[in-house]
Design a protein around this ligand. Structure first.
Ligand code: ZN
Length: 312
């Protein structure tokens, strides 16, 4: 099973204000900042990684906070339109009150595929669901003084992709990534991989008349799927090429190795490795505390520190 796609590795989204983003994810949602680095293509912008204690794949949500240099995105087709996190049974009332107290936009608790969930928007309008999964979630969460273990987010539950027609995206999931159709409700098709128990779901929503979304602030930039190591990564590169799709060369992201390809439904997919992980340049206890720069930007550290926003 270890040569399979092991669910979601990370999701990367675009934010506006860095300080607001940092406060929302670390304080309101109780996630750990596991890495503070810069956008490798635009080093005057941070790249934040939030997740559990060590940044386990399947818990990592990353952001480029572009400040006022980014226009607001619009949800639509050819996009990841929702991110689902799992929370423990009995915790939704805690979350509802917490979102209310922090002036977060949320909706009333609802249910789909037999699982209760609570929808909310982050400060930039990125859409989330906190889901109580039918089959539980055995992952150990990061706990904070305000969000204890009994309520804490465990990691990803699912990601939702909206397209005009799901066929081509479904084919990538089933024929290349090894997912299968689990359930369907109206125009929502739930795909799952049996290779892992958590972060294993991709929902495809078919919306024939809907307009193409605009990727900007509050939008997902790409979703990365997980493989064990860079040897298996390259096997998937071959499979994607054999399916007639274009894919990048292997890219070293310091904390994992990556490949990117545009799936035929229009969403940017990445495949990323477990190795080497986030503890490569900081101890587990210190994760997220220092500004970590890739080697090419280390000579410019002082200038970058002067332009990057302070997080307070
Ligand atoms: Zn990525």
């Amino acid at each position: 099973m270890d040569n399979n796609i092991k669910g979601i590795h990370h999701i990367t989204a675009i934010a506006g204000d860095a300080k607001k983003n940092h406060d929302f994810y670390t304080r309101v949602l109780g996630q750990r900042l596991v890495k503070k680095t810069v956008n490798f293509d635009d080093p005057e912008t941070y790249h934040f990684y939030y997740g559990d204690e060590v940044g386990t794949p399947g818990t990592i949500l990353t952001f480029f906070p572009w400040g006022n240099r980014v226009s607001t995105g619009r949800r639509g087709t050819k996009q990841v339109t929702e991110i689902g996190y799992t929370v423990p049974e009995g915790s939704l009332d805690f979350w509802l009150q917490r979102l209310e107290k922090n002036n977060v936009i949320y909706n009333k608790i609802a249910e789909k595929f037999g699982e209760p969930y609570l929808t909310f928007l982050d400060p930039d309008g990125l859409k989330f669901e906190l889901v109580v999964p039918k089959n539980g979630d055995s992952r150990l969460p990061w706990a904070t003084p305000e969000v204890g273990t009994e309520h804490a987010i465990r990691g990803f539950h699912n990601v939702t992709i909206t397209t005009n027609k799901i066929d081509a995206t479904a084919k990538v999931l089933t024929e290349i990534f090894g997912y299968r159709l689990l359930e369907r409700h109206v125009n929502r098709y739930r795909f799952v991989t049996d290779a892992v128990n958590e972060a294993a779901i991709v929902d495809l929503v078919e919306a024939p008349g809907e307009a193409i979304g605009f990727v900007g602030g509050g939008s997902v930039h790409h979703v990365a799927f997980r493989v064990s190591d860079d040897k298996i990564l390259m096997d998937y590169r071959q499979k994607v090429l054999e399916a007639g799709l274009q894919i990048t060369e292997k890219i070293d992201r310091n904390y994992f190795y990556s490949l990117y390809f545009r799936e035929p439904g229009g969403v940017l997919f990445e495949i990323a490795t477990d190795n080497p992980g986030f503890a490569i340049d900081e101890s587990v206890a210190d994760l997220g505390t220092g500004l970590k720069l890739p080697a090419q930007y280390e000579p410019y550290r002082e200038q970058l520190v002067n332009v990057l926003p302070t997080l307070g």
